[in-house]
Design a protein around this ligand. Structure first.
Ligand code: HEM
Length: 421
């Protein structure tokens, strides 16, 4: 039997820690810890530099390969040998609650072709660039009304509560035809479903309340009295025409309602914090608002909130970086790491709104690439442009060491952002 001396043991342990910071005895929570809230966990940079693939141990003891480099991220997400189907054995779920919530209400984000293609096609026109550009003036109005209310109230106030969350929430409610006055209810259910700490029972209850207690009756109301909104059009053109079942429409509505706001709200709040921490870039935008579209791309690249990664399972054996990812093994493709890859972005850890960053992968890559990105871009461009124009003296109202971040959520962000001006 081979034995190790203490040096070899320590070395092996160090190697093991490098390969898997969530290894035996460690907290199995994924993702690994960050050193700085606006930067990804340092472990990802180590992995990229090593040039090797490594596995992480997940909440249920299973393992998944981590994809950290830009080229690998695009190769995996562009390859049909990797499936997004959550019902397949080996799919690396985020926790038991997500498995339950997404398993009982499957939507096209966790489906493969041909069902994914059919369902996505029902919505591509609704979120197309042209359609969203026509909606831009309404977003400008929403943002300005919220800033008016902030001015009337006066600072200090929490930017998350008064601006970052209401913008995407108001917009997606209006587009879908969901009453905004119910937002406390569905945001609460969404929050439960999107936490790493949620138990199966809690996920089941939240999912049931949102889908059965709320969305199903809303869909039936729209069937009886369709209006000019996305859900009504899905009812008339897809449900009544027999292309979607009511269960499928309930799941689809849940995806649209949830996907549309946590992501954008967290990007708005974290993006504001980032600009406040880099005052010279805030001033640059004040002097030259024409830089805004590219600044938003750089903010997306730099902050990328989807820190739980894109989850896939291999359908066949795939060779990558000298390793074989076996059929049935899970993969977690990390866009927040790919977006800091030196090979794709020179000086990747420098935040610079003048750089050309539009090839970032914060909206994913391949057939599942974010459907709502035209809407998200307009919301982010508008909020930063109006904040800088109307509240040029905006600043943090507390010491940055008191800020609390959403490490436990599937989408990373900041809990409160107290500001004054
Ligand atoms: C800054 C804001 C946003 C970010 C960072 C973001 C990010 C992403 C990412 C990374 C994916 C890919 C998922 C995968 O490959 O597994 C995705 C998919 C999706 N997103 Fe977004 N998203 C944002 C805003 C929105 C908005 C406003 C909507 C509006 C409804 C939306 C709707 C969707 C939908 C429906 C999908 C599924 C697409 C598919 O599977 O074909 N997202 N998003």
């Amino acid at each position: 039997m081979l034995t190790m001396n203490s040096d070899q043991g320590a070395q092996a342990q160090k190697q093991n820690e490098r390969q898997c910071p969530f290894g035996a005895g460690a907290d199995p929570a994924f993702p690994p810890p960050r050193r700085n809230p606006t930067d990804p966990p340092p472990y990802y940079a180590e992995l990229r530099e090593s040039g090797k693939l490594a596995k992480a141990r997940l909440w249920d003891g299973s393992e998944a390969w981590l994809i950290t480099c830009y080229d690998d991220f695009r190769a995996v997400l562009g390859d049909r040998r990797f499936s997004a189907d959550i019902s397949r054995p080996g799919y690396p779920t985020v926790n038991a609650g997500m498995k339950e919530a997404r398993g009982s209400y499957p939507s096209f984000i966790t489906m493969d072709a041909p069902r994914h293609t059919q369902h996505r096609r029902m919505l591509t026109g609704e979120f197309a660039v042209k359609r969203m550009e026509a909606y831009r003036p309404r977003i400008v109005q929403i943002v300005n009304e919220l800033i008016d209310a902030m001015e009337r109230r006066g600072g200090p106030l929490d930017l998350v509560e008064h601006l970052a969350l209401p913008i995407p929430s108001l917009a997606i409610c209006e587009l879908l035809g969901v009453p905004y006055e119910d937002h406390d209810f569905f945001q609460e259910q969404a929050k439960v479903m999107a936490s790493h700490n949620t138990s199966v029972e809690q996920a089941k209850a939240a999912s049931h309340a949102l889908c059965e207690g709320y969305l199903r009756s809303l869909i039936r109301k729209k069937r009886a009295d369709p209006q000019d909104d996305i859900l009504s059009r899905l009812v008339v053109n897809q449900l009544c025409a027999g292309h979607l079942s009511e269960d499928e429409l309930v799941s689809l509505s849940r995806l649209l309602l949830i996907a549309g706001h946590e992501t954008t709200a967290n990007m708005t709040a974290m993006g504001s914090l980032l600009l406040l921490q880099h005052r010279e870039q805030w001033e640059l935008l004040r002097e030259d608002p024409g830089l805004l579209p590219q600044a938003v791309e750089e903010i997306l690249r730099f902050l990328d909130p989807t820190h739980s990664g894109r989850r896939r399972v291999a359908l066949e054996d795939v060779e990558l970086r000298g390793e074989t990812i076996r059929a049935g093994e899970g993969v977690i493709a990390l866009s927040l790491s790919a977006n800091r890859d030196q090979a794709a972005f020179p000086e990747p850890d420098t935040f610079d709104i003048r750089r050309e960053a539009r090839h970032h992968v914060a909206f994913g890559y391949g057939v599942h690439q974010c459907l709502g990105q035209p809407l998200a871009r307009i919301e982010l461009q508008t909020v930063f442009s109006e904040l800088i124009r109307r509240l040029p003296g905006l600043r943090l109202a507390v010491g940055k060491e008191t800020l609390r971040f959403k490490d436990e959520m599937f989408i990373y962000g900041i809990k409160e952002l107290p500001v004054e001006w």
